[in-house]
Ligand binder design. Sequence first.
Ligand code: BG6
Length: 510
Amino acid sequence: MARAAPKPQGLAPAPPCTLVVFGARGDLTKRLLTPALYNLTHERLLPDGFRVLGVDHNVEDDASFGQNVESFLRTLVGNAASEADEGGLDRGRWAWLRHRLGYLTGDFEDPATYRALAARLASDGGKGQGAIFYLATSPRFFGEIVRQLAKAGLTDETDGFRRVVIEKPFGQDLRSAKALNALLLKRMDEGQIYRIDHFMGKETVRNIMALRFANAVFEPIWNRDNIDHVQITAAETVGVEDRGGFYDQAGALRDMVPNHLFQLLGMVAMEPPNSLGAEAIRAEKARVIEAIEIQTPAQALANSVRGQYRAGQVGGKSLSDYRAAQNVAKTSHTETFVALKLSIDNWRWAGVPFYLRTGKAMAARDTEVVIRFKAPPGKLFREGGSPAPAANELVLQLQPQEGISLAFDVKQPGEDMSLAPVRMDFRYADYFTVESATGYEPLLYDVMIGDQTLFKKADEIEASWRAVQPFMTAWSKGGVLHSYAAGANGPPQADALLARDGRSWHEVGP
Ligand code: BG6
C-alpha cells in the first residue's frame, strides 16, 4: 500500500503564553488536557516561554501537581520503548514540560484567588506574555470565574493577549446559553472567547471539509437533487460510568446533540466558505444550523425517540441498569439514547431529512455520517421482478477507525444481468501515520495562536439550542421514554422512526 509523504512541518511554535487551567485536579485536565500538552511537545509547537498554571481548591504545590500529572501520563503512555524513554515517557519531552508546570491553590469564588493569580502571572511570565484561562470546571463556575477575572483586571489586553476557553456544556437550554453569552460579551470581546467542542479537533471532522471542497467530484451532487437523506450516528458502548451526577441532569440530547452532532451536521451541510479563514467558516457553519427547522411541540414528539438502557450485555460484558448507576435517581426519566428527524430549510437541503441518533450502552462504538443517495431512475435492472439497484451510500467514519467508504452496485459474474452491492474502502491508517491524539492538540495550539476557526461563535451556540429546545420542551410535558437492553441499538421505536419513511438505519459497527 502506498504511504503518503510525511506531513509538512510548516507550523511555527506558538507565542510565549501561560495556560491557566481552572479545574486543574479534575478529570478533563487529567485525561485530556495534560496528555494533549505532552503530545504538543513532540510536535515542538509549544514556545520556550510556555507555562501551565493549574488552579483548584485542593491544597497542592508545584511539585506535587507535577508528580500527579507524571503518574497519570505514565499510565497512559505505557512501558518504556526506547532508551530515551523512562517508564514510557520521553525523558527530554517530559522534563521540558514538567519544568513549566505550576499550581495555585484557590477557591474559584474567592477574589483572593484572582489577586494571587495576577501576582503569579506577573512574576512567572515576561512582559507581554499572553494568558489563556481554560475553564475545565463544572459549568456552574463558568460565569463566576469570568466575572472575577474581569474584576481583577485579568481580561485586560494591554500587556499581552487574554483569552478564555469555555468547555461544554455551554448552558443547559437556550435561555441559559443566552445569559452566559451576554455575561461573557459584557466583559470581553468575541475575539477573546473560545467556546470549545472537542469534536472539532478530530481529524475526520475537518476532513469532511477537505472531502467536500477539495474534490470537485462530490460538490455537484451534494444536494437535494441527488441525496435522499443523511444519517449521523454517535454510538457508544460505555454506560454512564461514574458521571451519573452530571449525566442524569443532562441526558443524551443535551450531552451530545446541540454540540457534537451539530458540528458534524454543520460540516456536512454548510455552504462552501469563501476562504479557509475563521470568520468565513464559522459564519457558514452557524448559517446552516440557523436553517434547521424549528419544530412545533407535536412535530417534536412525532420526530423524536428517547430511550434509557436497562441491564444487558455489551461486547460480552454485563452492564447494569442505568437507574442502578451511582448518583442516578432510582426513578430517573433521563434519556441515554435519542433519535431525531430534522429538516434544514434552505435551497440545498429542502426535503432531505437528517436523522440523528446517539446513545450509551449500544452494540458497538461507531461515530459516522452516512450520505444515502437517491436510487437510479427508470425501470432498467428492475425488469422481470429483479430487485431495484441499491442506493449509493457514502460513509464517513470517525470512530473507532477513521475512513471513508462508498457502496455501489456491480454486475455479478455470470450469464445473466444481476447486480451485487460492493464497497470501496479508504482507511486513513493505510496511507498516513496516524498519531494517537486526544483531539485537544489542534484546539490548544489554535487558542495559543489566536485562530478561532474551530471554535463556536455566540450565534452558532444559540442557534443550536434553539433547534433542540422544542424537543426538550415537548418531553418535559409528555412523550414516552422507551427502554432498551444494554447492547441493543436503542429501542425498536428508533427503527420505526425511519421505517415509516421507508428507510432504515445504517448498521452500527465497522
Ligand atoms: C463528551 C460527552 O462531550 O463526549 C460524553 O460528555 C461522550 O458523554 C464524549 O462520551 C464522546 O466523545 P468521544 O471523543 O469519546 O467520541
